[in-house]
Design a protein around this ligand. Structure first.
Ligand SMILES: O=c1ccn([C@@H]2O[C@H](COP(=O)(O)O)[C@@H](O)[C@H]2O)c(=O)[nH]1
Length: 235
C-alpha cells in the first residue's frame, strides 16, 4: 500500500492582486496549490483569479450555497478558470449538490473536471455556535451527517476540520478527498479558528490536503513559513 501524501494549499486571502502574486511566488517551492476565495474574488473578479492562478493548481473556494438551478449555472460560469477544486456548502442539500455535480460534468471536459468539495461545518464553529443556529448535534456528528449526504449526492470530497478526519475515514472510508483548513503550526495564533490541529497531526490523521492561510501569509517570511509547514508534512 502506498502512503498517502498530504499536500499543502496556501490560502491567498487578500484584496490585492500584486500581494496575492507575491505570496504565490514566495511560497511556490513548498505549496502544491493556491486557494483563492471570497475576499479576493469579490474584490478583483474572475479575470484576476485567472491571472493569479496562472495555469497552476487552483482551489477556487467560493462556497456556493443557493437553489440548485443557480448553483448549477454559477458553476458553468466558472468553467473557463479551469479550477482543480470547487466548493459548495453541504447545507444546500442533496438536490443542490446533485445539480453542482451535473453542472461540472456538463461544463468541464472529461479529464479537466474539478473536484467537487462539500463544506461540512466551518472550522470556525464550535458546539456553542452550532447550538446557536439550532443544530443540536456536536460538530463531529454534524460533519458525519452532512458528509454522508454530500458524498451520496455526488461530491468528490469534503472540507472538514482536522478533528473529523479519523471519524470520516471510519464512517465513509478512503473515498472522500479530505481538504482540511483549521491548521495551526505549534505556537501560531488560532484567530477565529476553533477546531484546529498542527500540520503534522492533520497529516497523521489522514488529510489529503491541508489549507493554511494566515500562519504563512502573515509571517515575517512567508516563504520560510510555507517551507516549515511542508517540512512538517514530509517529516
Ligand atoms: O471550514 C472552513 C472552510 C474554509 N476555510 C478557509 O480556509 C482558509 C483558512 O485560513 P487561515 O488563515 O489558515 O485560518 C481561509 O481562506 C478560509 O476561508 C476555513 O478556514 N474553514
Amino acid at each position: 500500500m502506498t502512503a498517502r501524501r498530504t499536500r499543502l494549499i496556501v490560502a491567498l486571502d487578500t484584496k490585492d492582486t500584486a500581494q496575492a502574486i507575491r505570496w504565490r511566488d514566495q511560497t511556490a517551492l513548498s505549496a502544491d496549490a493556491i486557494k483563492l476565495g471570497l475576499e479576493f474574488t469579490y474584490a478583483r473578479g474572475l479575470d484576476a483569479v485567472r491571472q493569479v492562478a496562472d495555469g497552476g493548481t487552483l482551489f477556487l473556494d467560493l462556497k456556493l450555497h443557493d437553489i440548485p438551478n443557480t448553483v448549477g449555472s454559477a458553476i458553468g460560469s466558472l468553467a473557463a478558470l479551469r479550477p482543480a477544486m470547487l466548493t459548495i456548502h453541504a447545507l444546500g442539500g442533496g438536490a443542490m449538490i446533485a445539480a453542482a455535480r451535473a453542472a461540472i460534468d456538463r461544463a468541464f471536459p472529461a479529464g479537466a473536471r474539478p473536484l467537487l468539495l462539500a463544506v461540512t461545518v466551518l472550522t470556525s464553529m464550535d458546539q456553542d455556535a452550532l447550538h446557536g443556529i439550532g443544530i443540536p448535534d456536536d460538530p463531529c456528528a454534524e460533519v458525519l451527517r452532512l458528509g454522508a449526504l454530500a458524498m451520496a449526492a455526488g461530491a468528490d470530497g469534503l472540507v472538514c476540520s482536522p478533528l473529523e478526519i479519523a471519524p470520516i475515514r471510519d464512517r465513509l472510508g478512503a473515498a472522500p478527498v479530505l481538504v482540511v483548513p483549521g491548521i495551526r503550526p505549534a505556537g501560531a495564533a488560532s484567530g477565529d479558528q476553533k477546531r484546529i490541529m498542527t500540520p503534522a497531526e492533520a497529516s497523521r490523521a489522514g488529510a489529503d490536503w491541508i489549507v493554511v492561510g494566515r500562519p504563512i501569509t502573515q509571517a515575517a517570511d512567508p516563504g520560510a513559513a510555507a517551507a516549515a509547514v511542508a517540512a512538517e508534512l514530509a517529516g
